[in-house]
Design a protein around this ligand. Structure first.
Ligand code: EPU
Length: 335
């Protein structure tokens, strides 16, 4: 029996730890509950908002919606050949636990994405990425419930329109409820070690997947605050993309500007820009500030509201725009 609750606090369900309340709230433990949830939302004339691990979202004080917490669990191997294995994972599984399971089975491809907070169902939404790997590369298909057509559908990677921290699920906001994700993981280990701090592993003899996983865990633990200790939502802005002309003029003024080629353009390190603009370790209203070791992460030690968080973000955006002529785009979603 579905238990729909009223006026439910969401503070412990978002890693930024902003105070927020949902008008209605339900925990989905099995995909079959979705049709009943959709009917309930219709009868209350409320939209549906889906919550996964709450690690990439800035919640408003009040959510005038039926909030659905994805809590369906299960990891199942559904196909296998000499090269790879196909695994279906329910949306409510914890991302890092799934990566840890894959590594323990010697299934390769996700080890660079260890310790990313959040749920499996949220991973395709922002196409989570780290240390040279994006999750879209390992996705075979995504099962969704389409709230427009009221039907279940299977989306192939091409349908998902994966890009840098982007996908169909961001473009068509609130249309799809991701029910499960099917991954193709490799049985042949080909480590991705191009990202600076992982390059040390290239020297290592008999490198194993566990070595890569442990190194990623240790880099992240060193550089990024754990939300339990210091509320945050990971990188708060995307790394901006600029033309080669823009890059050339910036390099004249700032020869040490951190940049990487990206398709036909260049990606700048937003963390570097924010740091250079003087925000690293600084804070504003109600304690909201930039993490002392990584300026791209906005931290919320005093559990301030979304208003204070967005005020701080706007200040950063303005100063970065004035200083470098570069527009920053907020990465987490806000309802
Ligand atoms: N930098 C500074 N000052 C800072 C922060 C960074 O100078 O305060 C410089 C660093 O020295 C480095 C460069 O900026 O040269 C890039 O920094 P880092 O390697 O930490 O990576 P990032 O570009 O800031 C991205 C992702 C992270 C991901 C890492 C590793 C985005 C928006 N962020 O961060 O993803 O873990 O690369 O691949 O693409 C997330 O999305 O929540 C996230 C943490």
């Amino acid at each position: 029996m579905l238990e729909i609750q009223s006026d439910v606090p969401l503070q412990s369900l978002n890693t930024m730890s902003v105070e927020s309340n949902a008008r209605l709230f339900v925990k989905l433990t099995h995909p079959s509950q979705l049709s009943e949830i959709v009917s309930a939302a219709e009868s209350h004339q409320l939209p549906i908002r889906v919550l996964g691990g709450g690690s990439n979202i800035i919640l408003p004080d009040y959510v005038e919606a039926l909030v659905v917490l994805m809590a369906n669990k299960g990891i199942k191997i559904i196909g296998e050949d000499d090269q790879s294995v196909v695994v279906k994972v329910q949306a409510g599984e914890n991302w890092h636990e799934f990566v840890t399971w894959a590594v323990s089975q010697n299934f390769f491809g996700l080890e660079n994405l260890a310790l990313i907070p959040g749920s499996v169902g949220a991973a395709p939404v922002q196409n989570i990425g780290a240390y040279g790997v994006e999750v879209g590369e390992a996705i075979e298909r995504v099962t969704v419930f389409d709230l427009v057509t009221n039907c279940e559908a299977e989306l192939m990677p091409v349908d998902c329109e994966f890009g840098y921290r982007d996908s169909l699920f961001k473009k068509e906001e609130n249309r799809y409820v991701i029910l499960n994700v099917v991954f193709r993981l490799e049985k042949v280990f080909s480590p991705v070690l191009g990202y600076g701090p992982l390059a040390v592993l290239k020297q290592k003899n008999d490198l194993t997947v566990l070595d890569v996983y442990n190194e990623v865990v240790s880099i992240r633990t060193e550089k990024l605050p754990s939300p339990e200790q210091l509320p945050n939502a990971g990188s708060f802005f995307k790394n901006p993309i600029v033309t080669s002309d823009k890059l050339a003029s910036l390099l004249q003024a700032y020869p040490d500007l951190v940049h990487f080629p990206y398709l036909t353009e260049y990606k700048l390190a937003a963390g570097w820009l924010i740091d250079k603009a003087g925000f690293k370790g600084q804070s504003g209203e109600n304690g909201v500030g930039c993490y002392e070791k990584q300026a791209l992460v906005i931290v919320n030690p005093e559990h301030a509201s979304a208003v204070s968080v967005m005020k701080w973000a706007s200040r950063i955006t303005e100063v970065v725009e004035d200083t470098f002529g570069v527009a920053l785009e907020v990465e987490p979603r806000h309802w």
